[in-house]
Ligand binder design. Structure first.
Ligand code: BGC
Ligand code: BGC
Length: 656
């Protein structure tokens, strides 16, 4: 009796609290936040057969089972048996999580683990056991798997801007996931990056929303196929919304953006991906502040207006909204294991990698005490069941896929090589230095020429991608290996530090420079640090100056996750290639820079800059006036014009 009274009291308190919350929301509400988006509510068409199947399952579920479904744990912190016991709906392998914590886990090892989790979930004591769904960050191929082909990061695919290519990469990535028994990809990133200080710049296809929209949608189509066939996985449109627009490019920071730009610039990829039928959307760590009214709307994970009123209602999204890694702890009043605000705002599935058990217990409390209405839980679980049913997970266990445990399905080297050829941008080719005659005697220099990790970038084998020696990669080749394969071993002399005794033995120097890999905020550059390659890599700058002084022509290939000041390096090179982060198949670069064998067609450059190239070390965005090359610039061999010397910036290397 007493307990009933208390909980009734708590329920009333809950109603009062939510009434206050909605009064508050009404007080601040700017109707344009919703009305600026096209009304697509009519597109939310549901399949009555599927919905009635959901009704049956849902009505049989206990509250514990429902909240279990809303929970996602990392494989490092949950066993298959715990998935069964707690009815956990989803698991993920965060960057650097592999089966048995072995970086060299084979495709069979991955598949075996996936099967164990799936089988455990189906052996629960629920009236209708619900299959667990495994999600992974396959953001440039199946990048946690040592045996998998790695594609260029999105910045390179934006340079290619070939949606058919992006689609085919989606198909290949989906097959690779299916080989490992995984059926959900946390990709594509639809960020429209504005500031090159951002550590996730390379995860963005472009600063041009139309390039983001068409390639993002193409990846969704490629990954998802028909949703439920052997080679299909679910895609994730991320990170909703405004991740690419944060002030000063600070990762997880605040995007001060107008209502209109939020929809038109940062929302473009979402409209296109929803049209493509994307099944899931991931929330953004960032906050939003209205640039016109200066109203601070706080963290996206708590933004009911954008998650529910816009995404689910106005845009008619019937799939699942997943939270980002521990993102809920950033909401005022929340912890990483408890956040009724985020549930009520419209998050359906919670990425609570470590603290999943406490999250389940706390969320149960929150529902029982009226802080979360049960109707919200039912809506979340309905959505989760809907995408699981749509993906065929109930009826076709992952092991039934023709690709399951097939080691060859994680490899697509020809496709990746094509993508590399299409994603490189030729910035300079004075005196038509490129393509190099096949008879060239090449002095190859620079650490990046023979370091896989530097051509891969972040999100490769590990989260940061910076702790992987070449021996960790079970497939792929460096540019050194690729050039040796094309020109013959004896034509290439490799000098990592660029030291050269006698230049007369060579026809040309090929210098391969690159950033060290990074992911997320670790890649942020904060002022006063300039965005200048030479400022952050002084030894490379000296090396290039010394090499240029030999009088030999220099070709520079730059691996980078961002466009950045390099006028000094460009002036010391007759030819300059921006290769971004090409991935495992550097052979695509060799195809471009070396002349084709007699009788074969020459591979030419077709890539165009997806972001402008800055003329000064402090230019942060494409709207800055100090641009050396505009967005869309890119030479081809057919266009022979020399660009000659460019103006070098003499600014002291501190920006403000
Ligand atoms: C990233 C997401 C990613 C998630 C899971 C987060 O830190 O922001 O993009 O999907 O981790 O690894
Ligand atoms: C995980 C990543 C995740 C990151 C977030 C790492 O430990 O492996 O996947 O995005 O934490 O902080």
């Amino acid at each position: 009796m007493t307990r009933r009274v208390i909980s009734a009291g708590a329920a009333i308190l809950g109603i009062i609290l939510s009434a206050c919350a909605s009064t508050q929301a009404t007080k601040h509400q700017n109707p344009q936040v919703v009305s600026v988006w096209p009304d697509r509510s009519a597109s939310a068409v549901l399949d009555p057969t599927v919905e009635s199947r959901i009704d049956v399952i849902l009505s049989s579920m206990s509250l514990e089972q429902k909240i279990g479904q809303m929970t996602q744990a990392d494989i490092r912190y949950i066993s298959p048996d715990e998935v069964r016991q707690y009815y956990v709906g989803s698991i993920l392998n965060g960057g650097g999580a592999w089966p048995s914590m072995r970086k060299d886990a084979t495709v069979a090892d991955w598949a075996e683990l996936a099967e164990a989790y799936y089988d455990a979930s189906m052996s629960s004591d629920a009236a209708y056991p619900v299959p667990v769904i495994w999600g992974t960050d396959a953001v440039h191929g199946h990048n946690n798997v040592a045996f998998a082909t790695i594609f260029p990061h999105n910045i390179g695919l934006g340079a290619a801007d070939d949606p058919d290519l992006t689609y085919r990469i989606g198909r290949a990535t989906a097959r690779a996931l299916r080989a490992t028994g995984i059926t959900w990809d946390f990709a594509p990133t639809l960020a429209v990056a504005q500031d090159r200080r951002w550590g996730r710049y390379y995860e963005s296809y472009s600063s041009d929303p139309t390039i983001v929209a068409r390639n993002g949608a193409a990846l969704v189509r490629g990954l998802q196929g028909h949703l439920d066939e052997d080679g299909d996985v679910l895609a994730t449109a991320k990170h909703y919304l405004g991740d690419g627009g944060t002030d000063n490019g600070k990762d997880q920071g605040t995007a001060t953006v107008s209502v209109k730009d939020l929809a038109k610039v940062h929302g473009a990829g979402y409209l296109a991906s929803l049209d493509a039928g994307v099944a899931t959307v991931m929330g953004s760590y960032s906050s939003w502040t209205d640039a016109i009214t200066h109203e601070a709307h706080g963290k996206m994970h708590g933004n009911r207006e954008l998650l529910t009123s816009v995404l689910k209602e106005r845009l008619g999204f019937t799939g699942v909204v997943v939270s980002d890694w521990n993102a809920i702890e950033q909401l005022p009043g929340c912890a990483r294991d408890r956040c009724p605000q985020a549930v009520n705002a419209g998050i359906d599935l919670f990425m609570v990698p470590e603290d999943w058990k406490a999250f389940i217990a706390n969320t149960l409390d929150d529902v029982r005490e009226g802080r979360i209405p049960e109707s919200r839980i039912d809506d979340a679980v309905r959505r989760i069941l809907r995408v699981k049913l749509a993906s065929g997970l109930f009826d076709h266990p992952p092991k039934e896929s023709q690709y399951f445990a097939d080691a060859s399905a994680v490899r697509a080297p020809d496709l990746a090589r094509e993508a590399v050829r299409k994603s490189a941008v030729l910035l300079k080719n004075d005196s038509q230095l490129l393509p190099l005659p096949r008879s060239s005697r090449v002095l190859l220099v620079g650490e990046a020429a023979d370091t896989m990790a530097m051509q891969m970038g972040g999100w490769t084998l590990t989260w940061q991608g910076d702790e992987n020696p070449n021996s960790d990669f079970k497939t792929g080749e460096t540019l050194r290996q690729a050039l040796q394969a094309v020109l013959g071993t004896t034509s290439i002399t490799y000098s990592k530090d660029g030291s050269v005794d006698d230049p007369s033995g060579y026809d040309v120097i090929v210098a391969v420079l690159g950033e060290n890999p990074y992911a997320e905020y670790n890649g942020d550059v904060a002022f006063p640090q300039p965005l200048s390659y030479s400022a952050s890599h002084p030894a490379d700058a000296t090396m290039l100056a010394n090499l240029a002084a030999t009088g030999l022509p220099v070709v520079t290939v730059l691996y980078s996750g961002r466009t950045l000041y390099a006028s000094d390096l460009i002036n010391r090179s007759q030819a300059f290639v921006a290769a971004f982060l090409p991935g495992s198949e550097a052979g695509g670069l060799a195809d471009l820079i070396v002349a084709a064998p007699p009788g074969e067609a020459q591979s030419d450059f077709t890539g165009h800059l997806p972001f402008a190239w800055p003329a000064t070390p402090c230019a942060t965005s494409d709207t800055d006036r100090e641009m050396l090359f505009r967005r869309g610039y890119g030479l081809a061999y057919a266009e022979a014009s020399d660009i000659g010397p460019v103006t070098e910036s003499v600014t002291p290397v501190a920006c403000d």
